[in-house]
Design a protein around this ligand. Structure first.
Ligand SMILES: Cc1cc2nc3c(=O)[nH]c(=O)nc-3n(C[C@H](O)[C@H](O)[C@H](O)COP(=O)(O)O)c2cc1C
Length: 193
């Protein structure tokens, strides 16, 4: 199963791109699961260290439902809107909360390929930093960060929504960067199979 994680609190441009990415994966025969922060109750990690002493996170919210999905996933597709030049606070909170999962199972993400999608309202609004934050999350947890490579998808999929659905639908170059990135993930999964 490939897990798509959507970091937007609304079902708009980021979800549109992530769902297009998951559709590509499904067309290649991969099972996908969509998990989004929209409508979810997500608390911040408070560094209480409960997870280091006892297994699991003490915060009783919707992230509890994400832990088994992260464990089960063979690959991860992160998608975030660009907020203040980086990832959304919601997806960052989710990343921080995976500390509890990793404390229980150090290998929960080890060796799993992951890709990143960032959607900004501006053409150059912080997509690269948002992509790097996701790549860093994958790297430091032993996952395998992938990108679509040079000529268009250097760090992953970078999109320009102009703050609207109309804008994202018009961003052909951004969608090309998404397809390049997803194709690299497909290639990696097929090579490894
Ligand atoms: C709090 C906030 C901060 C934002 N900061 C940026 C920014 O720094 N750079 C940028 O390009 N767009 C920024 N945007 C615009 C969103 O990234 C853009 O509208 C995106 O398409 C929203 O994704 P969504 O439609 O999935 O919610 C910001 C939006 C919000 C709400």
């Amino acid at each position: 199963m490939i897990l798509g994680l959507c970091g937007s609190p609304r079902a708009m441009t980021t979800e549109y791109v992530l769902r297009a990415a998951l559709d590509m994966l499904q067309e290649k025969g991969f099972e996908t699961v969509f998990w989004g922060v929209s409508g979810k109750k997500i608390g911040f990690c408070t560094h209480c260290d409960h997870c280091l002493k006892e297994a699991g996170c003490i915060i009783d919210d919707d992230v509890q439902g994400l832990y088994p999905l992260l464990q089960e996933a063979e690959a991860l597709v992160f998608a975030t809107p660009v907020y203040t030049g980086g990832v959304s606070a919601q997806i960052k909170a989710v990343m921080d909360r995976t500390r509890a999962l990793l404390a229980k199972d150090r290998d929960a993400l080890r060796g799993k390929p992951g890709i990143a999608i960032a959607v900004g309202g501006d053409r150059v609004g912080g997509q690269e930093l948002a992509l790097q934050q996701i790549q860093t999350f994958l790297t430091l947890n032993g996952a395998i960060p992938l990108s679509g490579g040079f000529f268009g998808a250097n760090l992953g999929a970078s999109l320009w929504s102009k703050d609207s659905m109309e804008g994202i639908r018009e961003d052909e170059e951004g969608m090309r960067s998404m397809r390049k990135t997803v194709n690299r993930l497909i290639e990696y999964m097929e090579e490894r199979a």
